[in-house]
Design a binder for this molecule. Structure first.
Ligand SMILES: [Zn+2]
Length: 259
């Protein structure tokens, strides 16, 4: 297996006629990870010839629907395709009980599954392993505004994570959703082979300026805000002011990036 990203969905949280919601299939050092499950990720994986038993684990960045909306369907796909391989799902702890309930409510009972499904809570700064990969979760401030507005009434922890995924010297950083580009700072202190970064929640120029000062081989821009999608040539031009052209990919759905 060669190292690659298959971009399953590159839209932001706004339903789009042209782009799917956030989901990426990462193949790295013989391990395959599904990063977020925005819908319709099962459809897009099957369309691209992904077997149900290929995926070694799932990482969820946070519980917004554009990142988890396709999760029950992934489990239904694996059930009906007869998957047998253990599936660890690393996700915000606050989502585990609601997601278990959603699986029950959609008749995806443990007894039906021929594979063991384990949803595990992610803890900031606590590295875990999936296959050959070490995964470091770092908290970001994406849900801070919601925390301020809603935590008194809804007692969720409002968890949102970015991930640094490594094997020996190879590294991929996945931003998830952010509040500002500086949320990525702790993840980019060492050289990074590939950064997959969202572009919906801040000014593009702030991101490009920040990335120009970091040691990153390849940058993949995804989760494009509706306002960015409609002005892509202008954003590319702005990007070229800060970053060399070959270094940045503005991803579309089903773009494949080898590394
Ligand atoms: Zn999002």
């Amino acid at each position: 297996m060669h190292n690659q990203l298959l971009m399953l969905g590159t839209s932001d949280g706004v339903a789009s006629p042209r782009r799917n919601h956030a989901s990426i299939l990462l193949t790295m050092c013989d391990t395959v990870l599904l990063l977020d499950c925005g819908e319709p990720c099962s459809h897009t994986m099957v369309k691209n010839g992904t077997p149900a038993d290929l995926i070694d684990g799932v990482l969820i960045s946070h519980m917004h629907s554009d990142h988890v909306g396709g999760y029950p369907m992934v489990i239904q796909w694996f059930w009906l395709a007869g998957r047998k391989k253990f599936l660890p799902v690393h996700m915000p702890g606050e989502g585990i009980i609601p997601m278990r309930e959603l699986l029950k409510a959609t008749y995806l009972f443990d007894e039906l599954l021929k594979f063991k499904l384990e949803m595990k809570p992610v803890k900031v700064g606590k590295t875990f392993k999936v296959g050959t990969l070490d995964i470091l979760p770092v908290g970001n401030r994406h849900l801070e505004g919601f925390r301020v507005s809603f935590q008194k009434k809804y007692h969720n922890p409002f968890e949102s994570f970015s991930y640094r995924i490594t094997h020996k010297k190879m590294s991929v950083v996945y931003s998830g959703d952010l509040a500002s580009p500086m949320d990525l700072d702790p993840l980019l202190r060492e050289r990074t082979h590939v950064l997959v970064v969202e572009l919906a929640h801040f000014e593009p120029e702030n991101l490009f300026r920040m990335l120009a000062e970091r040691e990153i081989d390849q940058i993949v821009i995804t989760h494009l805000g509706a306002h960015i999608q409609s002005a892509l040539p202008r954003t590319r031009k702005l990007c070229a002011r800060y970053l060399p052209k070959g270094k940045v990919v503005f991803a579309n759905d089903e773009t494949v990036i080898s590394f």
